[in-house]
Design a protein around this ligand. Structure first.
Ligand SMILES: NC(=O)c1ccc[n+]([C@@H]2O[C@H](COP(=O)([O-])OP(=O)(O)OC[C@H]3O[C@@H](n4cnc5c(N)ncnc54)[C@H](O)[C@@H]3O)[C@@H](O)[C@H]2O)c1
Length: 310
């Protein structure tokens, strides 16, 4: 490891390994990959290092089952956790992943007290709230990835519908991750034109519904496992915005302290990401219908968080 930023990725499964891959392909820093399964992080780190000569990256990669190698990380991405298995309720997953994420946070923060944490493990909004509590870090340095993925899915569907480049499409989403997320079509644009001027309300509704069910659509196709390319790409967009101090505005799960009428809870809203983490919460006026949908999403997040009794 040298003078490059140090990025730890905990969980070397589908999402974590892809985060490591995209991170080194963009040469954002050196990567430490951690997992409980012996051999997996070591094997994947070595394999990715051997792609370096072909892709032209010099980022160093280390795989480990411990945490000593993570010391002094600038940024830690947490993807460790279980996916829902047959017979397991959402609550089972909540408590099991809370145990895993709580343990991981303790290990990483004691060795990297200045790091910024990005949480990916589901249920996302509850896990990021837990990580913030356990870490005792300032809220601006504990951030959840969900909105970038949800808006990327929405952008994909809008671009396909209108047969335009995905690069021309921006989207704006609020709220918790998944089925209660709140896309804001009037702030979602194609080359600056709101999609409300380009698509019928029925078509927009159909794209919104497909976006909200975006994760489930992929699970039903893959059968075993859930999406990971787009989740990893979305995470790495956040990593890049932070490490390059881009001041990029992205929808992230962030701690609200009165903004959008919410106090003391992590929820997805647009934030400005820079080298110190969440540098600003971007606020916008919601219509009564949007506020009602947002409040419903917040209610669902609060219900999960309350179960954790943090
Ligand atoms: N926020 C989002 O938008 C989003 C998107 C996709 C996936 N996810 C979530 O990300 C998580 C990972 O998904 P995946 O597809 O990579 O799953 P995966 O099963 O492929 O990988 C999870 C990895 O975590 C490891 N792990 C388990 N306990 C650990 C511990 N205590 N310490 C270190 N590693 C541990 C496992 O060994 C496994 O390799 C899941 O919770 C999933 O629901 C979230």
């Amino acid at each position: 490891m040298g003078a490059r930023p140090k990025i730890t990725v905990v969980g070397a499964g589908n999402v974590g390994a892809s985060v490591a891959q995209y991170t080194v392909e963009k040469e954002l820093g050196d990567v430490v990959l951690v997992d409980v399964v012996e051999g997996i992080p070591q094997g994947k780190a070595l394999d990715l290092a051997q792609a370096g000569p072909v892709h032209g990256y010099d980022s160093h990669l280390v795989g480990t089952n411990g945490y000593d190698e993570t010391a002094g990380s600038d940024l830690v991405v947490i993807t460790a956790g279980l996916a829902r298995k047959p017979g397991m309720t959402r609550d089972d997953l909540l408590f099991k992943n809370a145990e895993i994420v709580g343990g991981v946070v303790e290990q990483v923060v004691s060795r990297s007290p200045d790091a910024i944490l990005i949480l990916v493990t589901n249920p996302l909004d509850a896990m990021v709230q837990l990580a913030w509590k356990k870490s005792k870090l300032p809220a601006k340095r504990v951030i959840g990835m969900a909105g970038v993925l949800d808006s990327s899915r929405f952008r994909t569907f809008i671009a396909q519908e209108l047969k335009v480049s995905v690069e021309n499409v921006t989207a704006f989403v609020l709220g918790g991750h998944g089925d209660t997320m709140v896309p804001l079509p009037r702030y979602s644009t194609v080359a600056g034109i709101p999609i409300t001027e380009l698509l019928s309300p029925e078509r927009i509704e159909a794209l919104v519904t497909r976006t909200a069910n975006g994760g489930a659509e992929i699970v039903s196709l893959l059968k075993a496992g859930s999406a990971y390319y787009a989740p990893a790409a979305s995470t790495v967009e956040m990593v890049e915005a932070i490490l390059k101090d881009k001041k990029k505005i992205l929808p992230c799960a962030t701690y609200l302290d009165g903004q959008y009428g919410v106090k003391g809870l992590y929820v997805g809203v647009p934030v400005k990401l820079g080298r110190s983490g969440v540098e600003e919460i971007i606020q916008s006026k919601l219509t009564p219908a949007e506020q009602a949908a947002f409040d419903k999403s917040v209610g669902a997040v609060r219900e999960l968080v309350e179960k954790l009794k943090l």
